[in-house]
Design a protein around this ligand. Structure first.
Ligand code: AMP
Ligand code: ZN
Length: 492
């Protein structure tokens, strides 16, 4: 159903710094581009938070009935160590340190990212293009920018001329930075740099002899600048102008500012209608980051294998924890915060499970239609998931009253409540009901232990104990079956 027709979705646009009514370029369709990971290392939970924010946005747009083309790239070349134009390529450096091919690094961490994304219940994007797969298009875009007179070549490298661009355009339109101030505040170039101005950024870098990731171009054997790939791949798959561009807050400058300058130079139009930026996940009050060692891996949480964690947690709890904060607010990670989220998550899951056992009455003590609208209103207000979750707990309270026979619900309302709760909890927030799975894993572990003890009893010819274990498990509905491969069990 085209729910988008009856829902006035508002999105906070980083470009206008205000919430705007969302109106896609083509009615019923949405084009969304999100900057993906640089695959030189495992993604940490901070990266996962940003990708989860956009997974939730993607899920809500799909729920509203939009046909969404969601492009999330893989950066496998061009991202240098210090986010600027100096230093080694992150992937090439890892390859050098580990004495493997750069493409082995790319493969290993792309697979890791996909595995984590699947475990964390992310919907796959519609297209996942790579920088190295679009070198030809990147060279073409550089040529176009040079033709417009806004890039220059020095010693085989090509730089974007920010000052020339800024004469007729506004470099700083997204980040609010003023280029004139920036020029005042930066040291003059020391004569070593090839750039005319420190604000200029690389479109193409000539590779020195040691640099193994290199491609031929009209200017040199080299590699593209980091910002270029996103301009190229977003316009290739979504057009010169598209609806939503997302990424973490830390990408706003210089990455997204440079993307706008490149794309706008080529097409003459603003490339993106709604710029969305997700806020950072903190650990110990600092941004989670690989470079500082201040991070937790997504797998650590599932195993409990990290000193900041009191125990292991399921994916449902982590998603619930992240969705309890608005995507534009910073979020502090800690073991205690996860424990608190686990309590809330379990209460929500118990209520969802309990709904299936309710017998409807003749009338309702809860206005389900009104509640459902409040849930949509929260999501329509710039994807306000914490408010949505607060509303979900109003339903939990009511379900618990039903359980205690202190309230009733009509049959029609029971269907509406069940369908809506499932849509918000599973389709939109992407929570997974793994609380039950975990307890059945634990039960399986206990039965395996009893099977082992029974075998020991049999080996010792202690038939009484062995029969007792089998019979008492059977009385609990757990049947043991002895076979050639050992003993298996079924639970009724
Ligand atoms: P990278 O692989 O470094 O290009 O980062 C991938 C994505 O993760 C980008 O959108 C970053 O903005 C985002 N990111 C990096 N660190 C954090 C953090 N601590 N919290 C949330 N997002 C982050
Ligand atoms: Zn990007």
């Amino acid at each position: 159903m085209d729910l988008y027709k009856e829902n006035q979705l508002k999105i906070y646009n980083s470009l206008s710094k205000s919430k705007e009514l969302f109106k896609p370029i083509t009615d019923g369709r949405v084009g969304m581009y999100v900057c993906g990971p640089t695959v030189y290392s495992n993604v940490h939970l901070g990266n996962i938070r940003t990708f989860m924010s956009f997974d939730m946005v993607f899920r809500y747009l799909l729920h509203l009935g939009y046909k969404v083309r969601y492009v999330r790239n893989i950066t496998d070349a061009g991202h240098l160590e210090n986010d600027a134009d100096e230093g080694e390529d992150r992937i090439a450096k890892k390859a050098r340190l580990e004495q493997i091919e750069p493409m082995e690094v790319v493969q290993r961490y792309t697979v890791d990212f996909h595995t984590v994304a699947a475990k964390y219940n992310f919907l796959p994007p519609s297209i996942e293009p790579t920088a190295t797969g679009h070198i030809v298009e990147q060279i073409e875009m550089i040529k176009k920018i040079m033709d417009k007179g806004l890039a220059y070549e020095v010693n085989g490298s090509v730089y974007f001329d920010v000052l020339a661009y800024n004469k007729e355009n506004h470099y700083g339109i997204l980040s609010g930075r003023n280029i004139e101030d920036a020029i005042h505040n930066t040291r003059a170039l020391d004569g070593q740099s090839e750039k005319r101005n420190p604000q200029d950024f690389a479109l193409w870098k000539k590779a020195d002899d040691r640099h193994i990731m290199r491609w031929p171009s009209p200017w040199s054997d080299g590699f593209p600048g980091w910002h270029l790939e996103c301009s190229v791949m977003s316009s290739k798959y979504l057009g010169d102008q598209f609806d939503i561009h997302g990424g973490g807050m830390d990408l706003k400058f210089p990455h997204h500012e440079c993307e706008i300058a490149q794309s706008h130079t080529c097409s003459g139009v603003q490339p993106v209608n709604y710029w969305m930026h997700a806020n950072m996940l903190l650990l110990n009050g600092q941004k989670m980051a690989k470079s500082t060692g201040n991070y937790v891996l997504p797998d650590d949480i599932l195993t409990g294998n990290n000193e900041v964690l009191p125990k292991a947690f399921g994916v449902g709890v982590v998603r619930f924890f992240i969705m309890q904060a608005h995507y534009r607010s910073v979020l502090d990670f800690s073991g205690e915060a996860l424990l608190a989220s686990e309590k809330g998550f379990n209460r929500l899951m118990e209520a969802v499970d309990y709904l299936a056992d309710i017998t409807p009455g003749n009338s309702s003590d809860f206005n389900v239609a009104e509640w459902k609208q409040k849930c949509y209103d929260a999501m329509n207000d710039d994807f306000n998931t914490p408010i949505l979750i607060a509303h979900l707990f109003e339903a939990v309270k009511f379900i618990n009253q039903l359980k205690d026979k202190k309230a009733t619900i009509s049959s029609a309302d029971l269907t509406l409540l069940t369908n809506s709760l499932h849509a918000f909890v599973f389709d939109i927030l992407g929570l997974v009901n793994d609380a039950k799975e975990q307890s059945s894993d634990k039960l399986g572990g206990v039965v395996d232990l009893l099977i082992k003890l029974r075998k020991e009893a049999r080996d010792n010819k202690d038939w009484d104990l062995s029969d007792q274990i089998r019979d008492e498990l059977a009385a609990l509905g757990i049947q043991l079956k002895d076979g050639r491969e050992g003993t298996s069990f079924t639970i009724n």
